[in-house]
Design a protein. Structure first.
Length: 325
């Protein structure tokens, strides 16, 4: 049975997947829809400087990344404590790769630690993104983004971390509320001392997760490193104040083959999280689908902008997927 949290997430992700998917269909029937979606999704260089209505400074990017750091940390700490209390060990045989419902204590324990693992990956990602937004990217004061992107990003970074732990979130929230109520009733003096907390057992179960968690983490790290490199390349194009409003063709790393390698790396990152989840949760599949569809659409818009802007733009580059699109 789908929980109310899962139901809300399904209702949130499906429209985003469908809208971007329709916009990617190469048919003239969708031209109007594609143009409307492009107008609402424009930011930075592909947004005309004169189009300032309903826009905010692109420097506001750090807002939703900072929010994501705090929100993910809250979910991570809550889920981690819940997992520790119900599952001090996962030495039992791991869950089947295709299990989807938590019908036994073993499944609930494994799902809790799996959610902790996924939230750790997400926290690593958003921590880097907020640092990059503040210290790596040098946005021009005139660079703006549509207000719809700002609002959608805030909603996205509320729903994405929650999607990674939605199977255990209702129980974890109830557990956290019960613990808070117990703390209020009993008082601090009645709560367990820090010395009673087994620090090793709070992390040891993570080392005993299934093989696909570590395969997923390796894929995540591969995408994470390349996104770090590609963002450093983009940031280096405007190292000096006189270059802040000047655009150049980025070169190096995956820029050799695609126009938006940072988007490709983001998709790889979410492939890693999908693999690490075991592929059994439909919500995480929907999260991956909305990321892939929307970043593909945005990469196509960016690629077209590059082709219009630079007469000498490399003809061998694809928009986002090498040799495919």
């Amino acid at each position: 049975m789908v929980s109310w949290i899962e139901g809300l997430l399904i209702a949130y992700w499906l429209p985003g997947i469908m809208s971007a998917s329709f916009a990617l269909i190469p048919s003239s029937r969708f031209n109007s829809f594609r143009a409307a979606l492009a107008d609402f999704s424009k930011k930075g260089k592909i947004l005309k400087s004169s189009s300032v209505k309903y826009t905010v400074p692109r420097t506001f990017f750090w807002h939703f990344y900072a929010f994501a750091v705090v929100w993910t940390a809250l979910l991570l700490s809550t889920t981690w404590i819940y997992a520790y209390k119900i599952a001090p060990s996962v030495s039992e045989p791991s869950l089947s790769f295709h299990k989807s419902r938590l019908s036994s204590p073993l499944e609930r324990r494994h799902a809790a630690w799996r959610s902790v693992f996924l939230l750790l990956l997400m926290e690593i990602q958003v921590l880097r993104r907020v640092i990059e937004t503040i210290y790596v990217f040098k946005y021009s004061p005139s660079t703006r983004m549509h207000i719809s992107i700002y609002l959608a990003s805030m909603f996205y970074y509320t729903a994405a971390p929650l999607s990674l732990c939605c199977t255990v979130a209702p129980e974890a929230f109830k557990f956290a509320a019960a613990q808070a109520a117990e703390f209020i009733v009993k008082g601090k003096s009645q709560m367990p001392a820090a010395s009673e907390f087994d620090w090793w057992e709070s992390v040891n179960p993570l080392t005993k997760l299934s093989w696909y968690q570590w395969i997923g983490a390796a894929i995540f790290l591969w995408g994470w490193i390349h996104q770090l490199r590609c963002h450093a390349i983009l940031g280096s194009l405007r190292e000096h104040a006189e270059q802040i409003d000047k655009y150049e063709i980025p070169r190096g790393d995956w820029f050799k083959i695609v126009s938006s390698p940072h988007y490709l790396a983001e998709i790889v990152i979410y492939v890693g999280m999908l693999v690490a989840s075991g592929g059994a949760d439909i919500i995480i599949w929907l999260l991956f689908a909305v990321v892939a569809a929307n970043l593909t659409f945005m990469a196509a818009e960016t690629h077209r902008w590059y082709l219009r802007k630079f007469d000498n733009y490399p003809s061998n580059r694809f928009a986002i997927f090498p040799f495919i699109y």
